[in-house]
Design a binder for this molecule. Structure first.
Ligand code: NAD
Length: 512
């Protein structure tokens, strides 16, 4: 694959989305494809002044957008979903080129965007409040939800389009304009998404100022993210990325009493019990541990296998790990694409070295295809049998490393499963109802996502997505996650001729 090919493919894809060729050459931020390490664009980075102007435009757009009835706002999201359906193949391919995901998963991300848009369209007619019984005669209490204001969205490289759309589709129907700071490793995907949303806005027919103010993209790194976190004009900052990033963004937003929605690192586990259907478990482990080259927040990183079946399962796992097809993610049949870059490769090798020092037996993990693509980082996924859950196993290494540990007692396995700082996704494979119920009960997994006979990754958008502890506590996508994007109002209406006070308090004056 020549540099020219990827460069040209990228320009052609972005050209179809209406992005001018000059945008891809006139800048100071080089963008590389992890497929072969070649440069696919050089775009302009935004500074603090640019961001300041964007936030001012978003504030202006908010004043108009909040008055558009929610079901009409839903119509804009419906039009956006139309664009996504039309360009699913192209946008998915761009995700593959820029983030290194296999085509199937790139397309899957766009499908997820379509799904959340459909959800948000329905939601736009269901932003329900409630009527609450008042203790006072002739009074009524109402809880209602109003638009919040412009939302700052910081996203990670590994879901360069879907995570934004979870926020964007819901925020738009809730009445909030968007300012998106994508990862500086995947800025082209954000330009493409914003261009497609721009087309939907055009068809929707908003006044001139809207296309800019309703949805904007700020290109830059951590310093731009920090400026966004500090800005009081953004009542909500939704930030997806590492726990390290969340630890910086959270306090900054809190200092100005803003609201955060944090979706941070995971260290996801699976328990395989003696009664498990091993064929299902094997497939689930493979997809969750090896898919996206181990670069999902929900990737499976820790496997607790019952002693009775551990040898059988490990033999089968080694067999499939040795065969899994690693290579160019845009070639059909590939299951494992590249790591995002050299730093990810180095972190993986350091973790494997540490695992060996901790007494781990490492299978796989070596660099492959370096002759063909010296500037790209392809690895064989690693399977590491550990004598116990060391400090290393408690950390999220964002690469395809699966630590395997044996257990005898389910409660002990659950305790070990929960003994890490993160709390995103988890699963159990068992056909024993008691075990399944125990794992999903209050004394079971402490994660936000707890699955039975399904791996920890690959969530549907209908549920609330997010996790506990150092994963940040935020919830996005389905269920009632929309409430984070709105302002709750409690109203009491007195339709009587008296003025009784709550709690029966008497406070009389002679006003005659
Ligand atoms: P990262 O933390 O390096 O970067 C994420 C985003 O935060 C980027 O846009 C980056 O520019 C920005 N950023 C970094 N430092 C910042 C700062 N000090 N202030 C403001 N913004 C800052 O993460 P990454 O390498 O792009 O992505 C991988 C990580 O993201 C993993 O830890 C993964 O588990 C996590 N992730 C979590 C979820 C989830 O939903 N829980 C989803 C995807 C990825």
């Amino acid at each position: 694959m020549s540099e020219k090919t990827l460069l040209h493919q990228t320009a052609a894809l972005l050209g179809d989305f209406g992005i001018a060729a000059e945008t891809l050459t006139n800048g100071d931020l080089p963008v590389a494809s992890p497929i072969d390490g070649s440069r696919i664009a050089t775009i302009r980075r935004h500074g603090r002044n640019d961001l300041d102007g964007m936030i001012a435009a978003a504030e202006r757009a908010f004043l108009r957008w909040r008055e558009v009835p929610a079901p009409r706002r839903g119509e804009l999201v419906r039009l956006f979903a139309e664009q996504l359906r039309r360009h699913k193949e192209a946008l998915g391919r761009l995700v593959s080129i820029e983030a290194g995901k296999i085509l199937e998963e790139g397309q899957g991300e766009v499908q997820e965007m379509i799904d959340i848009c459909d959800f948000a369209v329905g939601l736009s007619r269901q932003l329900y409040g409630r009527v609450i019984a008042s203790e006072r005669p002739g009074h009524r209490m109402i809880e209602s939800w109003h638009p919040l204001g412009p939302v700052g969205i910081i996203t990670a490289f590994n879901f360069p389009v879907a995570v934004w759309s979870w926020n964007a589709a819901i925020a738009l129907v809730c009445g909030d304009p968007l300012i998106w700071k994508p990862s500086d490793k995947t800025p082209l995907c954000s330009l493409a998404c914003n261009a497609l949303l721009g087309r939907a806005i055009e068809r929707f027919g908003m006044p001139d100022e809207f296309p800019r103010g309703l949805s904007q993209v700020a290109i830059g790194g951590a310093e731009l993210g920090e400026a966004l976190a500090d800005d009081r004009r953004l009542p909500l900052v939704s930030a997806t990325g590492s726990t390290r990033m969340g630890g910086m963004v959270g306090p900054r937003v809190a200092r100005r009493f803003g609201r955060t929605l944090l979706e941070l690192g995971g260290n996801n586990g699976m328990i395989v019990a003696p009664s498990a259907d091993l064929d299902l478990a094997l497939r689930a482990i493979l997809f969750a541990a090896v898919g996206t080259a181990g670069q999902r927040c929900t990737s499976l990183r820790r496997l607790f296998v019952h002693d009775d079946i551990a040898d059988t399962l490990l033999d089968r796992l080694r067999h499939v790990y040795a065969q899994v097809k690693i290579g160019n993610p845009i070639e059909p049949g590939t299951l494992v694409g590249p790591l995002i870059g050299e730093a990810a490769f180095t972190a993986m090798q350091q973790a494997l070295e540490e695992a060996r020092r901790d007494g781990g037996q490492v299978f796989g993990g070596e660099r492959v295809l370096a002759d063909r693509w010296p500037d790209a980082y392809y690895v064989r996924p690693a399977l590491v049998e550990m004598p116990g859950q060391s400090e290393l196993v408690g950390r999220e290494t964002f690469a395809p490393i699966l630590y395997v540990m044996r257990y005898r007692d389910l409660d002990e396995a659950i305790a070990n499963h929960n003994a890490v700082p993160q709390g995103l996704a988890s699963s159990i494979f068992t056909t024993d109802l008691r075990e399944a119920e125990r794992f999903t009960s209050a004394v079971g997994s402490d994660c936000g996502i707890v699955n039975v006979n399904i791996g920890p990754s690959g969530a549907e958008i209908g549920g609330a997505f997010g996790g506990e502890k150092e994963t940040g506590g935020g919830r996005e996508a389905g269920s009632d996650s929309w409430k984070a994007y709105m302002r709750r109002m409690t109203t009491t209406i007195n339709y009587s001729r008296q003025l009784p006070l709550a709690q029966g308090i008497r406070f009389e004056v002679d006003a005659s």
